[in-house]
Every structure is written in C-alpha cells, then in structure tokens.
Design a binder for this molecule. Structure first.
Ligand code: 4LM
Length: 399
C-alpha cells in the first residue's frame, strides 16, 4: 500500500498513521524498521553502475536516499497531496537546498514582507551575495500580485501564516499569479501543517516545512520537508541536497518524526482549541493592546483564514499596552510557559521575536516588514488551557 493508493480512500488522520507502509513488508512489524545505514551494497559492479546512472532504482548512500527517509517522504507526500516529498536535516536545510536548486545568478525572487529570521538572512545575506535579487513585496494585497506580473521573477516565496506576526497570504491567488508570470511558487507551511492547509492543492509548486515543529511535535528532533511535483523534488534531491548542502535527515530523526506524525491530526485539533481559549482570554485582558490569531472574529484576514485554514492553529502573536518593557516583564515572571524559541511542541513556548528569532533583521527592516519591537510570540502547547491562562494571569503586569 503506497501513499498514492491511500490518498484516494482515506482521511488525513489515517494517512498520517498508515501511508506508505505495510507491516507485511517487514515481518509483520507494526512499527516500521529503522535503517541505520549510511551506505548500501550492490550485487555486482554492473548493478552499482546502473544505480548511479539511474537505470536501476536503488539506495546508494543516505545523503541521497534511505528506506526510512523514503517512508517519511511517501507519508508527507500523501499528507500534502503531492506527487513526491523529500526529507532534510532541518527546516533551513529544506529551504536552502530547495532555493539553491531552483535559482541562479541574475534571477529574482519576490518574497512576502514577513519571513522567519534565518530565511530572511539566507535570502538577503546569502543568495543576494551570489547575484540573486530579493524583492520583498506585500503579497497580501492586489498590488503584490501586480508586482509578480510586472517583474516576472523566477520564484515567489512566502509563509502562511507568517512567522512571527501571523500575516496570511492567499495561496491560491499568489500561486496563480506566479504561474501566469512563469514563476515557481514556494510556500513555507510550517505554522499550518497539512492538517490545516494543503498548499499544493491550492496551486503552489513546492511546500516547505520545518519538521522540527508540529510534524515532530515533541521538541526532540530537527527536520525539514519539501513536497511537490516529482520532477521538481528529484531536481532538489540530486542537486541542492546531494551536491550543495548535504543537509540529509538522519534515519533516527525520520523515526521520531514518523512517530510524531501519527498524532499530528489529534495534536493540531488540541493546539488550535487551546490557542483559541488563550487568544480569547488575551483579547479581553486590559493590558493587552493587540492579539493576532486567525480564530478571533476581529482577525484582519478572517475571511481568508476561514477559506484557507481548516483550524486556526496553535500560534498567537500579541502586544501589551506597555510595549517591550511590559512584554519582557511578563516573560520573566512566567513559571509554566517556557522562555524559548521554536514552536509546535507539547510544551507552551514564549519568545520575543525582535531580540530572538528575528534579530537577523535590523530595527529598520523589522519596522518595514511588520515585525513589532514589542511583539510577543506564544506557541500554545497541549497543557490544560486553564493552567496556561493561570500562568499568564499571574505574570501580567499590573494595570
Ligand atoms: C522559530 N523557526 O521560529 P529549522 N521555517 C519557519 C520556521 O519558523 C523555522 C524554520 C523554517 C524557529 C526556530 C528557532 C517558518 C524555524 C527553520 O529550525 O531549521 O528546523 O527550521 O523559533
């Protein structure tokens, strides 16, 4: 039973548990075997040659492929409704391997305004040094679509929801504009996961994930995923991954992420329900100046959230009336919620993007790209929501 068979018949929760694996292929083992092997042997010199020319599909070396990574890739392809997927050592491994494979000097990438800090740094301080033009554009408005049409870039790159301020991008509209302009559309869907949004079915060419976050779900393994058409994924595997970054996922991490995926649907339901309760509480608190959460009635892109996301997800961005000082004081007083970067874990995590994940931007860049200096980011975990609220309550500055 492979991912494509399962896709036609089963729901996403079922596919997250079964796609790509049959116990009969491994002596009946319900949990798939893990192939801790860096290299693979050949029956003959001719077999080895045919594996290298591609005439005979075979595993050669784990930087290119491995049966355990193969299973994770088939499962993720099924969950994303994509032809193929590819695993990497980290989310940044997925992003850098993909972009190194798809652009060359002289090309232009149109990006949305808000991106994860290291993605921003890779584009502006990395690729830009090699002759790639990076053009930040507000892709949440019609004018952004006009820029794509006018500039006809090689690639359009965005996140939805965006880290850290929860901006949404209309994946259907932007992917269509990119296709019309002859550009590839690449969307980082780390915040949404395939349980909330399926960018490939909305027209995107490549969907990327930091699998470190919700896909793993327990904060104990790094990983990255790219999914899309087989021809694109093959190119990323054989150029960006194999020869440029070498950012291959370890088989042990693939096992951890396969285990995490089994409860992804369940966890996303609870993350979303908890975050909705916490966001509502924050939005009624007198010292909270603003809350960005797609599940709130006053979320500025509420209609798009309802169209594009099955649930609101577990991420909240908020600002206190006392700005950064009040936010820092709140963070210092928390006792249950952890002061830490990363997101999508069982444990609630809080951080200050301007001084932490998005300190790769200058203050001027943060102002230009919508990352408030006083913005606090909360990744709502799977604890009892009453306990998360009680911790925030005892830590809130006095009115
Ligand atoms: C963080 N984020 O925000 P690896 N894409 C998105 C991300 O949020 C991240 C990556 C890619 C955080 C990490 C410290 C939207 C990471 C990069 O960390 O390389 O797996 O993913 O707190």
């Amino acid at each position: 039973m492979d991912g494509s068979n399962l896709k036609l018949q089963h729901g996403r929760a079922t596919r997250a548990i079964h796609a790509g694996y049959e116990p009969a292929d491994a002596d009946g083992a319900i949990s798939p075997p893990v192939h801790f092997s860096s290299s693979f042997s050949f029956a003959s010199a001719a077999d080895a040659r045919d594996a290298f020319t591609g005439d005979r599909p075979a595993h050669i070396y784990t930087r290119i492929s491995n049966p355990t990574l193969d299973l994770l890739e088939r499962r993720m392809a099924s969950l994303e409704d994509a032809e193929a997927a590819l695993a990497f050592a980290s989310g940044m491994g997925a992003i850098t391997s993909t972009l190194w494979s798809l652009v060359q000097p002289g090309d232009e990438i149109v990006t949305d305004l808000t991106l994860y800090g290291s993605t921003f740094a890779f584009l502006h301080h990395g690729l830009a040094r090699f002759g790639v033009t990076i053009s930040p554009t507000d892709l949440s408005v019609q004018k952004g679509l006009d820029v794509i049409a006018a500039r006809r870039p090689r690639l359009v790159y965005f996140e939805s929801p965006a880290n850290p301020n929860m901006r949404l991008v209309d994946i259907t509209a932007v992917s269509a504009a990119a296709r019309e302009a002859g550009a590839l559309s690449v969307v980082d869907s780390t915040y949404a996961t395939p349980c909330l949004t399926r960018p490939i079915t909305l027209g995107a060419d490549v969907v990327l994930h930091s699998a470190t976050k919700y896909l793993c779900g327990h904060g104990d393994a790094l990983g990255g995923i790219a999914a899309g058409r087989r021809e694109l994924i093959d190119t990323i595997r054989m150029t960006g991954l194999k020869d440029m970054t070498g950012a291959a996922m370890a088989p042990f991490n693939a096992m951890m992420i396969l285990r995490g995926l089994k409860t992804l649907d369940l966890r996303m339901e609870r993350h979303s329900a908890n975050a909705e309760i916490v966001a509502r509480w924050l939005s009624h608190h007198p010292v909270v100046a603003a809350v960005a959460f797609p599940g709130l009635g006053d979320f500025p892109q509420r209609a798009l959230a309802e169209r594009q996301m099955d649930r609101p997800g577990g991420m909240i961005a908020f600002e206190l009336t006392g700005g950064l000082d009040a936010g820092s004081a709140l963070m210092d007083r928390l006792m249950l919620i952890r002061r830490a970067v990363s997101l999508g874990d069982t444990d609630s995590l809080i951080q200050h993007p301007a001084s932490m994940t998005h300190s790769t931007y200058t203050p001027e860049e943060r102002a230009r790209f919508g990352i408030g200096e006083g913005l606090i980011r909360l990744s709502v975990g799977l604890e009892d929501p009453a306990d998360i609220i009680a911790d925030l309550e005892q830590a809130m500055p006095a009115i």
